[in-house]
Design a protein around this ligand. Structure first.
Ligand code: HEM
Length: 417
């Protein structure tokens, strides 16, 4: 036990983020703890981890737009740089992080290129192909199907590769899938030495692979996100290939696990609410809003870290320079002052105030990709999941090891046809 406690205290991500949930929470359903915090103290001090927890909708939204705090962990009074290069460092030191002094970062330029109507159409087509490749086998399947391992997780990894420009169904793609999975695994604090080494080796290999793709697109532009990034980075202040590689690496780290987990959690919510599933099956026009509601209800993202740049008063509390502030989009999305009866899944609900993808300058640049991916996953799944499918809730494998996401490692369901 002592070793576990030491490990937690010695690990930056766990110490910062996961502790409240390890001690008091439950990865299946962290909502009660967050609701308790919101009702008790909207800006609540967590003594064990020396952090503020902010859970109310208006407060979370206000902090998304507040330039006195930053997402850059280097402003944290206890910042320790990740010791090795890898996914954890890519996320910690994203070169395009939006900060008060860096509002027009490469990331923002990426958003502009990702929002171009042509790119949205292109992504929809490519992601649709990937979804279909995995859905086809599941249409006939009987017995136990792992909807995460056999569907949402591989779709998520391959889709981000195709959006970037990895050639479809190639040897490269098969390798990319393995490398992306091993690389993003490096974010997790609990890894055996062998897995940690494998993750580090994968990081080096994937970075080299992306660098080659970037150089190839410089010579000959294609119709993909890497080409868009290369051209966007040439127009204003030219970026070095290495900087673009880090942007892409961060996109892979931020964009491959998230949709796999969110997609699985969306399917779990639907299977746990059969009347909502039937409603969606009978009226496909509800799909777009259903996806927004499923993500509001449960997307797995628990907390986002912020660091105080200059001390200020907030809701009667004094936030000091260098302190950690944890804002909870899940808390905001379940705030009864904004979403009446917030713990009810209602695919007809008005979801426009949801903070699933953040807000303002921090709005997720991958939101379009994520929404397209989850919409296409859900649309395919409601076709291949037989009407009498049963979620095997007791057999779901949960993991507490990732601080920011409430992790789910499998989503078994029984298909009888
Ligand atoms: C359902 C899936 C997803 C959810 C719920 C989600 C949510 C979010 C949220 C809330 C933020 C803001 C973080 C903060 O303010 O600290 C964010 C940032 C980010 N997301 Fe996503 N995201 C998802 C999928 C994706 C995908 C598919 C990509 C890539 C294609 C992506 C790339 C990013 C990046 C690079 C950032 C950092 C932006 C910055 O700091 O300027 N995300 N995401």
């Amino acid at each position: 036990m002592r070793r576990i406690v030491d490990h937690i205290l010695g690990n930056q991500i766990l110490r910062q983020v996961a502790l409240p949930f390890l001690i008091r929470g439950n990865p299946r359903d962290p909502v009660p703890f967050i609701a308790l915090a919101r009702q008790g103290e909207p800006v609540c001090w967590l003594p064990g981890i020396n952090a503020w927890l902010v859970t109310g909708h208006s407060d979370v939204k206000a902090l998304f737009g507040d330039s006195r705090i930053t997402t850059d962990p280097r402003a944290y009074e206890r910042y320790e740089a990740p010791k090795v290069d890898g996914a954890a460092r890519w996320l910690a030191e994203m070169p395009f992080r939006t900060t008060p002094s860096n509002q027009d970062s490469l990331g923002r330029r990426l958003v502009l290129s990702a929002l171009k109507p042509r790119a949205i159409e292109r992504n929809e087509h490519r992601i649709g192909e990937v979804v279909e490749e995995f859905a086809v086998a599941l249409r006939q399947r009987e017995g136990v199907v792992d909807l995460l391992g056999e569907f949402t997780a591989p779709v998520s990894t391959i889709a981000i590769g195709r959006v970037l420009g990895v050639p479809p169904k190639s040897k490269d793609e098969a390798r990319f899938r393995v490398l992306a999975r091993q690389t993003t695994r490096g974010i997790q604090p609990f890894l055996s030495r062998a897995k940690r080494r494998a993750s580090e080796a994968a990081t080096v290999e994937i970075a080299e692979y992306i660098l080659n793709l970037v150089e190839a697109r410089r010579r000959e532009p294609g119709d993909d996100l890497i080409s868009d990034l290369v051209s966007a980075s040439q127009s204003a202040s030219p970026a070095r290939s290495e900087d673009i590689v880090r942007v892409i690496a961060a996109l892979i780290a931020a964009g491959s696990g998230t949709t796999g987990v969110s997609g699985a959690r969306a399917l779990r919510s639907l299977l746990l609410h059969p009347s909502q599933l039937s409603l969606l099956r009978s009226d496909r026009s509800l799909l777009g809003n259903a996806v927004q509601e499923l993500l509001r209800y449960d997307n797995g993202l628990l907390l986002l870290p912020r660091y105080v740049l200059e001390g200020f008063e907030f809701r009667g509390r004094t936030l000091k320079k260098g302190q950690l502030v944890l804002v909870s989009p899940l808390g905001a999305n379940r705030d009864p002052r904004v979403f009446p009866d917030p713990d009810r899944l209602d695919i007809r609900r008005d979801t426009r105030q949801a903070l699933t993808f953040g807000y303002g300058a921090h709005y997720c640049p991958g939101a379009n990709v994520a929404l397209t991916e989850i919409r296409l996953m859900v649309a395919a799944a409601i076709d291949f999941i037989p009407p009498n499918a049963r979620l095997l809730e007791d057999q779901i494998r949960w993991s507490r090891s990732k601080g920011l996401m409430a992790q789910i490692k499998s989503l078994p369901a029984r298909f009888d046809r």
